[in-house]
Design a protein around this ligand. Structure first.
Ligand SMILES: [Zn+2]
Length: 467
């Protein structure tokens, strides 16, 4: 049997500042080594000060993953020497004196499969090492400490996964959940990283380190299972080892075994007193927790009669569900859900595009109303949406600028219908004996109006004329 366990590192990208100092948590926008201070550089005489918001966000994650949350948490020093770690130790958590990590055991359902969470830790991220140079001979390594000290949550699972698909489904659920909690933007480069351990047929456990994205995690697990199965089928023993994920070659490679836990010489971080997370605070965090994805989905289906598939898409992405919740009314909910999941999704499928989008909730209301009232065809509504996302202009302006409006003036439409009737006598006769064929005439009217006639009204008028 295949057993897979995960250790997921998730940056709390929605926080303002680092875990123990006031440097920015959003290190990505700065020139290398400018988002630093004596605290995150570990200069002698400095003292860390805990970011209370980080404690709260991490506790919220623990609650959402059904973990126990202790009243007091402690931090530990994990000692090791590496260029990305200016202090020569990382401040992290460890359950050595009982449960002192931010989250204890929990679980999450992935379909019918229960995935147990072992624990959740709050810790600081190290700096970034950037390797440059074309060959191993003249390669140089650059160090950027902007990331050093940014808040990171480590989520450790039990080895409950049996195949890569379960891993992928779990990661999808987890990244939607973190986004919905407004703690992290999983789409940012490096925001989600992971280690995995894999064993097959009760054999030795192999750890895969250094997997830089969720996308690669599934690939790495898949590769490792195939590698182990190939060894197993040839009766070659599988070594217990640590392997690294090579994201260029998409393979795992054996690496010199890293330190054992003992070698880290963990000890209690004396510069940070135990942090109390009172029952009152826990109650408050629970009450302030955003509506869960499953409850949103349930609400969309039961209240607005939105099809399950659409409700699924809408509820699992915070960007879309926020947009939906701030724009719909009871009357146009279905139509707005439809616009978001069929037309908008293709226009704003990346974080950058979402940030650049000029779309406001009122735009969606106007669009939905125009479709419902027959003022715009769906095709033209889609064209208008494209313009709105790009320019932010209001709908009526776009309709007149691009001449998208329907021919809804009855007299004008009747003139065109009369014209079609005189041009297509044969089709008219046919429609009289076989009402189904009237659609041919509707099509002709559409052609003449370049798709701008209201199809419902056209059909009604045509029926009246030839009956
Ligand atoms: Zn700092």
């Amino acid at each position: 049997m295949t057993k897979i366990g995960l250790e997921i590192h998730c940056q709390l990208t929605k926080l303002e500042s680092k875990l123990f100092c006031s440097c920015k948590a959003n290190y990505r926008q700065y020139e290398p080594n400018t988002n630093v201070c004596p605290i995150c550089m570990g200069l002698p005489g400095t003292l860390p000060r805990i970011n209370q918001k980080a404690i709260e966000k991490a506790t919220t994650i623990a609650m959402a993953l059904n973990c126990s949350t202790p009243d007091h948490i402690a931090f530990f020093r994990k000692n090791y020497f590496y260029p990305d770690l200016p202090k020569n130790f990382q401040i992290t958590q460890l359950n050595i004196y009982g449960e002192t990590s931010i989250g204890g055991s929990g679980m999450i359902m992935v379909g019918d499969k229960k995935i147990r969470i072992t624990r959740i830790q709050l810790e600081e991220d190290p700096g970034r090492l950037i390797y440059e140079g074309s060959s191993s001979k003249n390669q140089i390594t650059l160090v950027d400490y902007n990331r050093a000290g940014t808040p990171l949550v480590e989520i450790v699972t039990e080895p409950d996964f049996e195949n890569p698909k379960q891993v992928r489904d779990f990661l999808n659920i987890l990244s939607d959940l973190l986004e919905n909690l407004d703690v992290s933007d999983p789409g940012l480069e490096g925001a989600m990283r992971a280690d995995a351990n894999v064993s097959i047929e009760g054999g030795n456990k192999v750890e895969i380190k250094n997997i830089g994205s969720f996308h690669d995690l599934e690939k790495a697990v898949h590769f490792e299972i195939t590698r182990q199965e190939s060894l197993h089928s040839r009766a070659i023993p599988i070594a217990q080892e640590t392997r690294h994920w090579d994201d260029k070659r998409k393979i795992t490679i054996s690496s010199r075994s890293k330190e054992e836990e003992l070698d880290y010489r963990y000890f209690l971080e004396g510069d940070i007193p135990w942090v109390e997370i009172s029952k009152d605070l826990q109650e408050k965090l629970k009450a302030e927790m955003p509506e869960s994805i499953s409850s949103k989905k349930e609400r969309y289906i039961s209240k607005y009669n939105i099809p399950e598939q659409v409700a699924n898409v809408l509820s699992s992405d915070k960007f879309y569900s926020d947009l939906f919740d701030s724009s719909h009314t009871e009357k146009n909910a279905k139509e707005i859900a439809n616009i978001i999941t069929t037309d908008l999704m293709g226009l704003v499928d990346t974080t950058e595009k979402r940030n650049e989008s000029k779309l406001e909730p009122t735009h969606l209301q106007d669009l939905a109303d125009s479709i419902v009232s027959g003022k715009l065809t769906r095709t033209n509504a889609k064209n208008a949406l494209y313009e709105i996302v790009k320019t932010g202009k209001n709908l009526s302006q776009i309709i007149s600028e691009l001449d998208l409006g329907n021919v809804s003036d009855e007299n004008e439409l009747i003139k065109i219908i009369d014209q079609v009737i005189s041009e297509e006598p044969q089709a008219v006769e046919q429609a009289k004996s076989n009402p189904q064929t009237i659609n041919f005439l509707v099509g002709k009217v559409m052609q003449k109006t370049k798709g701008k006639a209201d199809p419902k009204l056209t059909l009604e008028l045509l029926q009246k004329k030839i009956s």
